[in-house]
Design a binder for this molecule. Structure first.
Ligand code: PLZ
Length: 447
């Protein structure tokens, strides 16, 4: 296996105050011109990214445990991605695949058809964002089935466009006062092992609970698609109980319902497999991907069974920028990097390193309610001591302390009480270990 070469020193180093003077100045400029509705989790401005390090404009080096929300799995400036971009940009930056097509788009489709779960005949369409991929997956499913209803789950996150806001579960900050939302969206219970009333409920039973809700509230004949994140992202890194996803997928197949896996966050080696559906050998009818696909360039995809995808009339799918040639070149470089460095294996190694550290900590501290996740998509759910009441205050304080000490970390969850770890998959063991030292101290400070 090729060894990862880093351009920047892989070492945490906070040189002055946090945030530094240049970041403070940029915040002032920003506040005067950037809309308040777009919030940033960290008060420093990025200048350089490589491997597991983010250098800010004041020269501070942070350990990156966020990867730009699960995007830069290959690192923030992976050589194969950067070279691909430069080479493509020398020739052309855009011609529009719907006007004058080009090879890069075709190559990315070949790669996705090969890498996504299942050996069946597939077709792919490219877009720009995760939300756009999810929207188009729903369009295909509705057209192919002739049915309108779409089923989504509690705690789901699918995007910020109108349809995907409707599919998303959490009101604040994603949906509140942004309605009205699209019709024919139905929400059913998720399998959330840590918060089940009956802690012994199996994945199959949780699936049956959702199926009963679908049958009683919608009727299976009206349902075009079931949309599920194999591991929920923004909603709290919720890993459904084993058997939940396979049972739903099998029932969907039986009823002629399209099973869509939203692998936008969980895809591209993140969970220790190329796609999270693989952990339970689920073969979705359609897979929506984005984020990790192109090493940070805006690209997303819908990959599905040929008969579903090709049901759409010519001209029914597309968009000016979808599958931009520079983004496609980046994706080809990113996917090559995932193969060269066997990033699924690295994600599994990250899981072992993090869990070996956090498991004993969870036993010693009362505020850790649950540790969960797969590969390099891991979470700590924080609770008030002695119970399961969510502890968003401690969660916020832990993230803030980590940041001030040079570790960029994100939170998530319906109750805002989950610390999530999403390091670039190319992060070195030593750097990750240092990040975990900081995280452990921050958790202990709240316990
Ligand atoms: N589906 C599963 O995780 C994006 C959103 C951050 P876009 N998640 C990060 C924020 O607050 O906006 C996401 C996801 C899943 C769809 C999306 C949407 O992807 O590329 O942000 O549109």
């Amino acid at each position: 296996m090729a060894e990862i070469q880093y351009r920047l020193e892989q070492k945490r180093n906070i040189v002055g105050e946090f945030p530094g003077p240049k970041s403070k100045e940029l915040t002032e400029r920003r506040n005067a011109v950037v809309a308040a509705g777009v919030a940033s989790g960290v008060p420093v401005y990025a200048a350089d990214l490589d491997g597991g390090i983010i250098v800010d404009v004041d020269g501070n080096s942070f350990i990156d445990l966020a990867a730009g929300i699960a995007v830069t799995g290959v690192g923030g400036s992976a050589p194969a991605v950067v070279e691909g971009i430069k080479e493509q940009a020398d020739y052309f930056t855009h011609s529009c695949f719907m006007v004058t097509p080009y090879e890069g788009y075709v190559r990315v489709a070949e790669l996705l058809n090969e890498l996504t779960p299942g050996g069946h005949e597939k077709r792919t369409v490219l877009f720009n964002s995760g939300a756009e991929a999810v929207e188009n997956a729903v369009k295909v499913a509705r057209l192919a089935t002739g049915r309108d209803a779409v089923v989504a789950f509690d705690h789901a996150y699918h995007g910020r466009t109108n349809l995907t806001m409707g599919l998303t579960s959490k009101s604040m900050p994603y949906k509140a006062n942004f309605g009205p939302f699209a019709p024919e969206i139905y929400r059913v219970p998720m399998s959330y092992p840590f918060r089940e009333e009956n802690p012994d409920i199996t994945g199959a039973e949780a699936a049956q609970r959702a199926i009963t809700a679908i049958e009683k509230q919608i009727g299976s004949d009206s349902v075009g698609a079931i949309l599920l994140e194999p591991i929920q992202g923004e909603g709290g890194f919720i890993v459904p109980a084993e058997g939940f996803m396979p049972a739903l997928a099998a029932w969907a197949r039986e009823k002629g319902i399209v099973f869509i896996a939203d692998e936008v966050q969980s895809g591209f080696c993140r969970t220790g497999a190329w796609f999270a559906s693989e952990h339970e050998s689920v073969v979705p009818d359609i897979v929506a991907t984005a984020k990790g696909i192109a090493g940070g360039m805006p690209l997303s995809a819908v990959t599905g069974r040929a008969e579903l995808m090709d049901a759409v009339h010519a001209g029914g799918l597309g968009g000016t920028y979808g599958g931009n040639p520079v983004a496609c070149a980046a994706a080809i470089g990113a996917i090559q990097t995932m193969k060269d460095y066997d990033l699924p294996a690295r994600a599994r190694r990250i899981e072992t390193q993090v869990m070996d550290r956090l498991r004993p900590l969870a036993e010693q501290t009362e505020i850790i309610g649950d540790l969960r996740g797969r590969g390099a998509m891991l979470a700590i759910e924080l609770v008030k001591p002695g119970g399961k009441e969510p502890n968003p205050e401690a969660t916020k304080a832990i993230a803030a302390q980590c940041q001030a000490e040079g570790v960029i970390i994100l939170t998530c969850g319906t109750y805002g009480n989950v610390v999530r770890l999403l390091p670039p998959l190319v992060i070195g063991d030593e750097l990750l270990g240092d990040g975990l030292d900081v995280l452990e101290a921050a958790i202990r400070a709240q316990a």
